[in-house]
Design a protein around this ligand. Structure first.
Ligand SMILES: Cc1cc2nc3c(=O)[nH]c(=O)nc-3n(C[C@H](O)[C@H](O)[C@H](O)COP(=O)(O)OP(=O)(O)OC[C@H]3O[C@@H](n4cnc5c(N)ncnc54)[C@H](O)[C@@H]3O)c2cc1C
Length: 431
């Protein structure tokens, strides 16, 4: 039965938007209060670097339209510039930063995550991060005001590489630094990282991997304007730079919750219905730990599509329509500096390695198999095969028959794979 209780959504990003859409698509007409700490429509953080680079107009950051359109389309009360300070689970109350208390019957937490700045960098007033629209605007304005010749980017992740791309394309010398020994430490196999790193070095990008960045000293002029930084590495060496961008990681935005009331690990813990440990409270997106289909454990899966799926499942359940998701696998698809990198599955799992390289070595595929079944893929420069291999991996993990269809096989062959290699990727043990 569809609910007519008062519903609330805290945080209006990808997960929050899809929850609202699902509530209405389920036919539920209950009042929905949306608490947003910005005055902006839901935006796509993946597009922030495109805006900063001048490759996307400002409106392009907002894929679902303006707030007015969304509020009208879904008949929702959107409370903008209204950060929620606390959700009092026992009292079914939302406490806003300005001290208001509002009640709810069911609530979704979709507060996402925020850029993590470690203690050694706190207090640097001129350093940049990249997560929010405000971050993107700030970096764009800085780049318009000054021509930076040298930049250090800390964090060689999907975000760091996008920032590196935009600065490199402006003619700025980029050094990408990370404590991890390789680029894309959470997604790439070492051999594939090495290939990518070779290409980046050939473009003139410096890579400093495998040692901690101890801190940075900010240099200002007489007026107090930041001119540059000396970045200190753990081995005692230093890097001089004019621009410093920190993409060290994110932290789930769970500060509004009382851990004595609701189960929180790295993110809010949820079940397959996106329900938390407290009746009537759901969570979705980067603030929560959903199921990793591969490990069977809950984990923050910081991906756009995942936030949408989780938001939809939560929304349907809040509307009174039972729904579940059995989770997803880790998957990263990123385009940068004329390359495509796709990582599917947990890159820490080792096993038999099977590789394919096109004659010019642009297209490179590495599969890792255990007991004859794939557990992960890395693909360089062949976006076309990624959908087929992702669907294949998910089927294998669900224990479903895992033969490629004739169409898929035909496509894989057209993309350059040999029949014998494709046979090898089929997990015969499940047939
Ligand atoms: C530069 C960059 C590149 C990325 N690239 C990729 C990629 O290639 N592929 C991919 O799948 N994913 C990528 N991501 C990740 C993807 O953008 C996120 O996984 C997704 O946006 C998560 O959606 P969400 O709704 O959970 O959180 P968010 O989009 O962070 O939305 C949460 C919202 O809640 C608001 N909020 C927080 N706290 C409160 C509060 N207390 N009260 C009220 N409102 C609050 C926030 O301001 C925000 O608007 C990238 C992210 C970045 C930054």
């Amino acid at each position: 039965m569809l609910t007519m209780e008062r519903l609330a959504i805290v945080g209006f990003g990808c997960a929050g938007y899809h929850a609202l859409e699902a509530i209405r698509q389920a036919g539920c007409r209950a009042p929905v209060d949306i608490y947003s700490d910005t005055g902006l429509p839901p935006y796509n953080p993946m597009l922030t670097t495109y805006y900063t680079a001048g490759r996307l107009p400002y409106q392009g950051l907002f894929p679902f339209g303006t707030l007015e359109e969304i509020a009208r389309r879904f008949d929702a009360r959107v409370l903008t510039q209204t950060p929620v300070q606390a959700v009092r689970a026992r009292d079914h109350q939302v406490v806003t930063a300005d001290g208001r208390r509002e009640t709810y019957d069911q609530i979704l937490l979709s507060t996402g995550a925020s850029a993590f700045v470690p203690g050694s960098f706190v207090g640097l007033k001129g350093a940049f991060c990249m997560r929010t629209v405000a971050d993107a605007v700030r970096l764009r304005e800085a780049l318009e005001k000054r021509t930076y010749r040298r930049a250090v980017i800390v964090g060689a992740s999907m975000v760091g590489i996008k920032v590196a791309e935009l600065l490199h394309q402006r003619g700025c010398h980029v050094t990408l630094a990370d404590m991890a020994p390789h680029i894309f430490a959470l997604a790439a196999y070492p051999e594939v990282s090495t290939l990518i790193e070779g290409r980046l070095r050939a473009m003139g990008i410096d890579l400093v991997f495998g040692q901690a960045i101890a801190g940075a000293e900010e240099h200002t002029d007489e007026q107090g304007a930041v001119q540059g930084y000396t970045v200190s590495l753990a081995d005692g060496s230093t890097l001089e730079t004019e621009l410093l961008v920190l993409n060290i990681g994110t932290r789930a935005a769970t500060g509004l919750l009382d851990p004595a009331e609701i189960a929180i690990d790295r993110g809010v813990v949820v079940d397959e219905r996106m329900h938390t440990s407290v009746p009537g409270i759901y969570a979705a997106g980067d603030c929560c730990q959903g199921n990793n289909l591969q490990s069977g454990q809950t984990q923050i899966i910081g991906l756009w599509a995942n936030a949408g799926t989780q938001g939809r499942v939560a929304g349907r359940n809040m509307a009174g329509v039972s729904d579940e998701t059995d989770g997803t696998i880790l998957h990263n698809i990123t385009h940068f500096l004329d390359m495509d990198f796709i990582g599917l599955g947990d890159n820490r799992l080792t096993g038999e390695v099977a590789t394919y390289a096109s004659p010019d070595r642009r297209f490179y595929l590495q599969a890792v198999l255990r007991e004859g079944a794939p557990v992960g893929f890395n693909i360089l420069d062949n976006y076309g095969v990624s959908g087929i291999l992702k669907a294949h991996l998910i089927k294998v993990l669900r224990g479903q028959p895992s033969r490629f269809t004739p169409e898929q096989r035909g496509q894989l062959i057209r993309f350059g794979l040999k029949e014998s290699f494709i046979d090898h990727l089929e997990a015969n043990k499940y047939d």
